[in-house]
Write a protein that binds this ligand. Structure first.
Ligand code: NAI
Length: 332
């Protein structure tokens, strides 16, 4: 039995968490959940959306499954997600993006991995109001973080039999910051001659991704471009409802979907739990419960391919619960 921190989040978080924990239980996952609430629902009681107990729990258990948490726009609290990733030094954000049989999209040959730097860039949160009409935000790029994320991307490429790594930047404009990121990626690429290394500007990448996504394999990006490009790539394969993710550090990992708390569909029993479920499947592989992971993966892919019980975002009209029931029925 493995203890895993579970953050049900807010918005659609609790609904998709219920779906996923039910499926894992029915599949026989050997997990004891250490449930830690966070986000808008705990602010009033605990004065912060991210109480220390949440961080302590993840530090102790070393692995967490996290549903989305709302970040209020503008003034107020810092993003729970950014804080969590920074305080646990979860420096690599891994976001696989691949077509799934049964989900119709414009492309049928997308299979790429986004490796997003997770601790710095404009997400360092260093902003100030200069005067009433001017504000500034500081973009931090360090050699240490850039080398580390490039190394992670090349290592991932080797371990997963990938062929090419593209380093993505806007180094023609951000010459010092993105220039440093690119220099570090170039330096690390020398250690991996078996992997083809390429560089691309982020605007050109976006254009090429929506025309010929099959040309891309592993992408390594600074934090902000990684955030934006991951949503774009999610759109290539069927949308945010199916886009999984993982935040990885030296000895700790937090698995979470790419999407946010989707307040527009909260409480309507219509959210797609697939992105959280795929994240949970990766988590099961990470904690060495691979057979259970594969069993759930087969049931999920069968349900999606059958096409009879899909949620609205991928062309169906089933509820979250009906979709969950169908997956459980397909567990064999
Ligand atoms: P969002 O990802 O929550 O929603 C964007 C659109 O995708 C909405 O129309 C939503 O209904 C749809 N969508 C998202 N997940 C879905 C699912 N599982 N099934 C069906 N449809 C789905 O992005 P938005 O609206 O920009 O952000 C809402 C809040 O979430 C914000 O406070 C944001 O800061 C937060 N957020 C949290 C993240 C996290 O906890 N890791 C990541 C991204 C955003």
């Amino acid at each position: 039995m493995q203890t895993v921190t579970l953050i049900p989040g807010d918005g659609i978080g609790p609904e998709i968490t219920e779906s996923v924990t039910r499926i894992l239980k029915e599949a026989g996952a050997q997990i004891e959940w250490d449930i830690q609430s966070a986000g808008s629902d705990v602010i009033e009681k605990e004065g912060t959306p991210l109480p220390d107990r949440v961080i302590e729990s993840i530090k102790k258990n070393k692995v967490a499954l996290k549903a989305p948490v709302t970040t209020p726009i503008g003034k107020g609290f810092r993003s729970v997600n950014v804080q969590l990733r920074k305080s646990l030094d979860l420096y690599a954000n891994l976001r696989p993006c691949k077509n799934i049989a049964g989900i119709k999209t414009r492309f049928d040959n997308v299979d790429l991995i986004i490796v997003r730097e997770n601790t710095e860039d404009l997400y360092a949160g260093i902003e100030r109001q200069i005067d009433e009409d001017t504000a500034e935000s500081i973009k931090i790029i360090t050699r240490k973080a850039s080398l580390r994320i490039a190394e992670f991307a090349f290592n991932y490429a080797i371990k997963n039999e990938r062929k090419t790594v593209h380093a993505v930047s806007k180094a023609n404009i951000c010459k010092l910051t993105d220039g440093l990121f690119l220099n570090c990626a170039r330096e690390i690429s020398q250690k991996y001659p078996q992997i083809e290394y390429k560089e691309i500007l982020v605007d050109n990448l976006c254009m090429q991704l929506v025309q010929t996504p099959e040309k891309f394999d592993v992408l390594v990006l600074p934090n902000l471009y990684g955030d934006i490009v991951s949503d774009l790539c999610a759109g290539l394969v069927g949308g945010l409802g199916i886009a999984q993710g993982a935040n990885i550090g030296e000895d700790t990992a937090v698995f979470e979907p790419v999407h946010g708390s989707a307040p527009d569909i909260k409480g309507q029993n219509k959210a797609n739990p697939t992105a959280l479920l795929l994240s949970a499947i990766e988590m099961l592989k990470y904690i060495n419960q691979k057979n259970i992971a594969l069993k759930i993966e087969r049931a999920l892919f069968k349900t999606l391919n059958d096409g009879k019980s899909l949620t609205f975002d991928i062309g169906g009209n089933s509820t979250t619960k009906e979709f969950t029931d169908a997956i459980i029925k397909n567990l064999i």
